[in-house]
Design a protein around this ligand. Structure first.
Ligand SMILES: CC(C)(COP(=O)(O)OP(=O)(O)OC[C@H]1O[C@@H](n2cnc3c(N)ncnc32)[C@H](O)[C@@H]1OP(=O)(O)O)[C@@H](O)C(=O)NCCC(=O)NCCS
Length: 165
């Protein structure tokens, strides 16, 4: 089995939408239309993991100067600012049959490395309570309840801030 980690192109749209649907309940899953809008604007801020020809895990998010992750960002790809300070993380997904192999961790590390190389201030994500300790392992700090009501669920915002040189 060959494992490949790479950024996305618009050609990955159907694979990405399929993985999302396997990972999230319908109320929380981004639609194929949402991903299309994102992939047309910031494909280089998607990181994908393929096992042979099968997409099994991905992470994505826009870059913005706004310090907090807001629900509108999920839908409005025009808010992406290539020069922005913060790499947002919108989704972390691994298909059920490939979980607990460290795949999401590899992709999160890759996105962190990319954001550091690009001179960002750090990364911001929102997550459910049960994943706070998972993201803490990467250096994310819990900032408490997020303003998000995405999918009618309670979300916490977490931030990883790079040390200033
Ligand atoms: C969360 C998710 C991306 C992890 O993917 P993965 O490739 O299995 O991640 P890794 O192998 O790097 O890490 C696995 C760790 O995830 C954590 N984790 C995953 N789901 C969890 C849950 N429901 N509750 C608590 N911890 C959880 C655990 O710490 C686990 O570590 P363990 O192996 O020691 O138990 C995957 O479970 C998934 O796609 N879930 C559904 C979508 C989702 O909730 N995404 C996160 C949005 S904030």
């Amino acid at each position: 089995m060959r494992r490949v980690i790479r950024t996305a192109t618009i050609d990955d749209l159907s694979d990405i939408a399929e993985v999302e649907a396997l990972c999230f309940p319908a109320a929380e899953a981004a639609s194929s239309e949402d991903f299309k809008k994102r992939l047309l604007v910031y494909p280089e801020h998607f990181v994908l993991l393929y096992e042979d020809d099968r997409l099994v895990s991905f992470v994505d998010g826009m870059v913005t100067d706004a310090p907090d992750l807001e629900d509108i960002m999920y839908e409005d790809a025009s808010l992406h600012d290539p020069e922005g300070k913060w790499q947002m993380i919108f989704g972390v997904n691994t298909i059920p049959s490939c979980r607990k192999k460290g795949y999401a961790g590899m992709l999160i590390h890759k996105l962190i490395d990319m954001a550091r190389e690009q001179g960002r201030e750090g990364l911001v994500l929102t997550c459910k309570e049960e994943l706070i300790s998972y993201y803490s392992k990467f250096g994310f700090v819990n900032e408490g309840l997020s303003s998000s009501f995405h999918g009618g669920v309670i979300w916490y915002q977490m931030r990883l801030t790079f040390d200033k040189k």
